[in-house]
Write a protein that binds this ligand. Structure first.
Ligand code: 2AM
Length: 485
């Protein structure tokens, strides 16, 4: 490339995601400068996948920076953690005020908050962007969730929105909010993904155990479900997986070890939920379900010693029960998203982010792993009422839950009676019943706390006034504010 033709943007990190994102940008008319720590990958990429495309390479960061238009835009797509900090450190002395570093990796939002602060002090702009959709998404349209220094948005908006997936004609990418908001939203996306996957697994488990259905039969059912309210990427791939035959003609899925791995973003969501005191129970259960699944050897041992109910077979109308399972899945999914948005709302209030909840639903509507028609309904709910407190209070979702409720209870009750674990269906229902309760038994907890630790309680009739009772007649009347038993 002659020195006067400058690249629109640079991308560091030529693993598959990075390469695909570059090709996607090139397809949309941008000239991209590619760089990688192991520079031989730059040459490989230029000589193969990027051949004939508007992609140039650099063999040093200084060369890369020199090839960029100003303000310089540099996307990092490298391993989260120290690799990101390492590149930032090397880039800072090479950049000028107003240049933009974009971290598109799976960084923890707290790291993004810290980097935003550090870059602000150096006069550089920093963006932490969630990127979802896997390799295919990166190549042909990911969901992009950028947050950080808002001044940067003006300079990256066109590129980001052009390369993003489109849903209902709109890009699945918009400015999320200040500092770590983009990565926080991505984290919650991943948590919701854990929940959605576990819910599908529970439907599969109940159909397999209680109804004795074959993978092929279940695949056909998921195919039908994908034409309903559940229409989504994850239901679609589940159909494909269940219908997939190994070379011996048997369903491959049944040969796969039932022990799930995880990279941690579901766990981070659950940890944030605990940190901020938001009952995101379904994602929490989905993380624990993976943990339990991974205790394979222990479970095999226990299965020989611990018995459940006499039968795990459902005796009623199979066809009707399949529809009940679909409804249970749908209702639980509504709860999961309601909980996810509760967490977003709490984080927004804690960090002073102005989140656009409808916009977030739209960003997840296409391109990413949790993409679904259902997210269109969520977007509509927040468009109708931007300050909607909880998704469950929206008219549409209230009616949907109402429609599903009987089936949902029937599935959970039967799963319990038949000894089939449905942690996420069950926790969703427990949450629903708790959320719709004007009175919960926490009065007794308060009494217990006051009994053993003199923590005081409030009376229903006098909220705001803290009293202590000498429950035993022994001990004193002094209350405690620091004793944490
Ligand atoms: P590499 O090809 O030189 O290993 C995904 O692993 C991407 O992150 C790759 O582009 C990889 O570069 C990069 N990466 C991983 N760890 C890194 C580190 N510590 N420093 C720089 N780049 C790293």
């Amino acid at each position: 490339m002659s020195t006067e033709v400058k690249a629109d943007i640079a991308l560091i990190g030529l693993a598959v995601m990075g390469q695909n994102l570059i090709l996607n940008m090139a397809d949309h008319g941008y000239t991209v400068c590619a760089y990688n720590r192991t520079t031989s990958k730059v040459d490989d990429f230029l000589g193969n996948e990027a051949k004939g495309k508007s992609v140039v390479g650099a063999h040093s960061l200084a060369e890369m920076v020199a090839k960029l238009k100003k303000p310089r835009r540099i996307i990092l797509l490298v391993k989260a953690g120290s690799a990101v900090d390492g590149f930032i450190e090397q880039l800072v002395p090479l950049l000028e005020k107003g240049d933009i570093i974009i971290d598109g990796g799976n960084s923890e939002y707290t790291d993004t908050q810290r980097r935003c602060k550090e870059m602000r002090e150096k006069g550089l702009l920093f963006v932490g962007s969630g990127v979802s959709g896997g390799e295919e998404g990166a190549r042909y349209g990911p969901s992009l969730m950028p947050g950080g220094h808002a001044e940067a948005w003006l300079h990256i908006k066109d590129i980001f929105q052009n390369i993003a997936a489109k849903a209902e004609g709109e890009p699945c990418c918009d400015w999320v909010g200040d500092d770590g908001a983009g990565h926080f939203v991505k984290m919650v996306h991943n948590g919701i993904e854990y929940g959605d996957m576990q819910l599908i697994c529970e439907a599969y488990h109940v159909m397999k155990e209680a109804l004795g259905l074959s993978p092929q039969e279940m695949g056909d059912i998921f195919e039908q479900w994908n034409k309903s309210e559940l229409d989504s990427f994850l239901i679609e791939i589940t159909k494909d997986i269940l219908q997939f035959k190994d070379s011996d003609g048997k369903a491959l899925v049944e040969k796969i070890l039932d022990s799930a791995g995880q990279k941690g973003t579901g766990k981070w969501t659950a940890i944030s939920a605990l940190d901020y005191g938001v009952p995101v129970t379904l994602i929490g259960e989905s993380v624990f379900a993976r943990c339990l699944s991974s205790l394979k050897d222990e479970r095999v041992q226990a299965s020989k010693l611990l018995s459940g109910p006499p039968t795990s077979k459902y005796e009623g109308d199979k066809k009707a029960f399949i529809e009940d399972i679909r409804m249970a899945l749908y209702a639980s999914k509504i709860i999961s998203y309601a909980q996810g948005f509760m967490l977003l709302r709490e984080a927004a209030s804690k960090f002073n982010w102005k989140l656009n909840y409808g916009g977030i639903a739209l960003m997840w509507r296409g391109g990413c792993i949790i993409r679904s028609v259902f997210l269109g309904n969520i977007k509509a709910a927040f468009e109708k009422n931007a300050s909607l407190n909880n998704l469950l209070l929206d008219d549409f979702f209230r009616a949907e839950i109402g429609k599903c409720q009987g089936s949902w209870r029937k599935v959970v009750a039967n799963a319990v009676l038949l000894g089939i674990p449905t942690p996420c269906f069950s926790t969703a229902l427990a949450f629903f019943d708790g959320y719709r309760s004007a009175v919960l038994p926490a009065n007794l907890i308060q009494a217990q706390r006051d009994y053993f630790g003199a923590h005081t309680y409030e009376l229903l009739e006098k909220p705001g006034t803290f009293v202590h009772t000498n429950w035993t007649g022994r001990g004193g009347n002094v209350s405690s504010s620091s004793y944490n038993a």
